[in-house]
Design a protein around this ligand. Sequence first.
Ligand code: C2E
Ligand code: MG
Ligand code: MG
Length: 683
Amino acid sequence: MPTEAATLMRMQAARRIARPTAWKLALLAGFVTQLMLIVFVTAIGLQQLEVTTRNLQQVVDVHMRKQNYIKRMVVAARERTVILLILPQIRDPFERDAMLMKFNEQGADFVAARLALLGMPLSDTEAALISRQGQVTGAAQPVQLRVIDLINADFIDEATNLVLNQAIPMQNEVMSTLSQLEAETQAISTAASEKARKEHAAARFWMYLLSGAALLVGLLVAAVVFYFAARISREREQLVSLDTLTGLPNRMLFMDRLNQSLIRAKRYNTQIGLMFIDLDRFKRVNDTLGHASGDQLIREVARRLRDTVRADDIVARLGGDEFVVAISDVVTLSSILQVVEKMLATVTVPYQLDGREIFCSCSIGISIYPHDGTSASNLLKNADTAMYHAKNSGRNRFQLYDAAMNAMAEERLQLETELHYALERNEFVFHYQPQLNLKTGRIHAVEALIRWQHPKKGLLSPANFLDMLDETGDIVSVGRTLLLVACRQTAIWHAAGFTDLGVAVNVSGKEFWHSGLIDSIRNALTQSGLPPSALQIELTEGIFMDDVEAAEGKVQALKALGISVAVDDFGTGYSSLAHLKRFPLDVLKIDRYFVKDVHHAPASEALVSSILALCRGLNLGIVAEGIENREQLESLRKLGCQVVQGYFISRPVPADAIHALLGKNWLQALGPAEHVQPNRTAI
Ligand code: C2E
Ligand code: MG
Ligand code: MG
């Protein structure tokens, strides 16, 4: 996937997460609907339940009261029938009066119950039955009165006859009407309770239905929440597994994908090619052009690498200027190498950064599954080791992993450990390389160059350990200690009579930016007694570009100590004289890259010539580095370069070998000086 597309995808994903989107609204709507349904179901359910309960209560209440009244009427009628039957048999007038009183009481109770019944809600049938009972009772009343009269007149037989033949049958009819009424009331109440039961069932049905619907909506909402939560977590995961600068997978995602590729390769018996890519001298771009340009370069490299491989190959950024590419389903080694060649070619196509044309190359280490390892971490480690070898063999190349490299990597690790203790074991020394003034024929200064007197490996040059010292930060304490050594040594030469001799000490970026630099220089000068004018600090041009403002302040502070400042390896970085103009510099050291061809390449000659002219204009001293033969020396002399340094004059030598060089007659040794232009002396 091209970088832009990946970045776009990430931005979209981030936007989706950050903004309230349609799905969030849908989710909210789902929740609200569910809530409303639940509230609705509860309200309807409660209301229905209340109605049916009330109905049922009413039915029960009315029924009970009606039944009660009818029962009272039945009891009264039955009592009156019994009294009618026994009344003719009673001889005692008092007892008869009591009985008659009871008969009347029962009659009153009957009438009261009947009236109460008539006040109740009645069906037509009930009303008809009550009315019929009223008629029968009405017809029975005169007969009963006649019976009472006959008894009072002591016509017992006639009274008994009237009771048996008329009054009792009439009472029976009243009783029969009442029992019909009772049955009817019962039937009505059964129907009413049946109706209430049905209403209850209907309410229950609606409650079940709405609860079911609420449950369904709830499930739906839960499913939607689950789906989106999973999607968001996937997108978040992807966001954290992509490199923010390039949009490529980062190390974590790369390892994950590589592991999946390894599973497939194992199953189908195929090979995987793993390329570890590191940009050459990227730090220099970062240091001289700034981090924004460095980032731009990284993005462009990422895009180019992505474009050289197939869509299903993995391209990732491990961090800094390190990339990694995994090519699956590889059949032959040559197919991997084809891709690697393509990568080397595409990375070296010039870049346009802020209107400047920048050249960049890379070193590639290759490991192949299953030959060089079977696990992702092992393959990556071995590709890294191979890359390291590609770097050491000159950069802008690739290197296939070889098992012997591991031994070398281990050796490097061992060296790193030993390096850490080298300072306290006094294993660092300075060798000094003279700088010759061609006009005076005298060595006017020496450059102090660090060496490591390794107990087993012998004398090691900075190429073997300086980077490690810098990475660990030990360079600061080593530099501080050796600075004092160089100052003391130069003070000794001064005491021996070479009072004009200067010493140049290299200071790396880490040392330069360290807050203790000014103090340690002041201390070294005080402790050694060396005049500040005899000390020169060499800084590479990258340091000036790192943070121009701060660097300017620091250089001013160095100058305030009375020492001089030189720009080392000029021309190898991306700075220009125009940039350096603002710094109060004293000397510019032309890198040996330009000196190398000065005697036979007109372009190099023109370049050195223009640098010399510019330095004269800026009143800067010049030292040409890396003079290896007489031709180079002569060319530089002709161009007007006054101070030279290089193997042709002398290699860097231990301090005690310098004495002899200082006393040497250089004009005689090198032949007569031809037409040397006046130039400011380096120190
Ligand atoms: P530099 O400061 O540019 O030093 C010059 C390097 O070029 C030295 O390498 C020197 O031995 C080498 N050289 C001199 N003349 C010739 C020549 O004619 N031909 C060739 N091919 N090379 C020549 P050396 O000693 O290996 O140092 C390499 C770099 O390590 C130095 O480059 C300097 O940047 C750094 N360095 C050396 N000593 C120190 C130190 O004490 N502190 C710091 N921070 N850096 C140091
Ligand atoms: Mg130097
Ligand atoms: Mg140099």
